[in-house]
Ligand binder design. Structure first.
Ligand SMILES: [Zn+2]
Length: 206
């Protein structure tokens, strides 16, 4: 996802729960995952190159860090940063994999608002895949003015063809809606593991 949409998705999913300062910390950590130094060799941050197992492990690790930090009365900003990193990765899952395509095969008439973000048969399907980064052409295609010329040169399983990072890409609205729902779900799962007081600290409402 482009930074603008990571911000919008995170705010839309969480603004009713988090205080403004706490939410800003989550958003800051989320968009920090797309720093240039994390675009190379960090497939698990973005579910690129079919890094599903590594992406899932990263999400689980960040979730554990959030919960342990709050249970041990650690700094809430440490927990919010871990949660921000988690939200980035789960949001990219829908933008970089073919989850949306596989879901729409089953429900061709469904609207973006109806998408279910975690259908087990799709998550475990052998057909689930994510865009491959074909260096160096792929990196050049990140420049919008070069993308139209480069796209025909890249294979169909490339990130350039598969991504739903912005509204110009097919099915972007489905990826966006799934990302909002999954971000809300991740938040709910974390607060279920915490006491009401610990959750209030996390949300900046203690
Ligand atoms: Zn990313």
């Amino acid at each position: 996802m482009k930074e603008k949409y990571h911000r919008a998705i995170t705010r839309e999913a969480l603004h009713l729960h988090f205080g403004p300062v706490a939410l800003a910390e989550v958003v800051h950590a989320n968009v920090g995952q797309d720093a240039i130094r994390y675009q190379f060799g960090h497939d698990h941050f973005h579910y690129d190159n079919n890094a599903f197992r590594a992406g899932d492990a990263y999400v689980a690790e960040q979730r554990r860090l959030v919960i342990e930090t709050l249970k041990m009365n650690g700094l809430p900003s440490v927990a919010r940063a871990a949660f921000g990193r988690l939200t980035h990765t789960v949001q990219d899952f829908y933008a970089h994999s073919n989850y949306v395509t596989l879901w729409r095969e089953q429900y061709p008439a469904a609207t973006p608002q109806e998408i279910e973000p975690s259908v087990p048969e799709i998550l475990t399907s052998p057909r689930l895949s994510s865009g491959r980064i074909y260096a160096p052409l792929e990196y050049l295609s990140f420049f919008p003015f070069l993308a139209p010329a480069l796209l025909p040169l890249l294979p169909r399983d490339s990130h350039a063809w598969m991504n739903k990072d912005d509204p110009l890409r097919p099915d972007f609205e489905y990826a966006y809606s799934a990302a909002v729902k999954r971000t809300q779900h991740e938040f709910e799962q974390i607060c279920l593991a915490l006491s009401a007081a610990q959750c209030a600290v996390f949300l900046g409402k203690a």
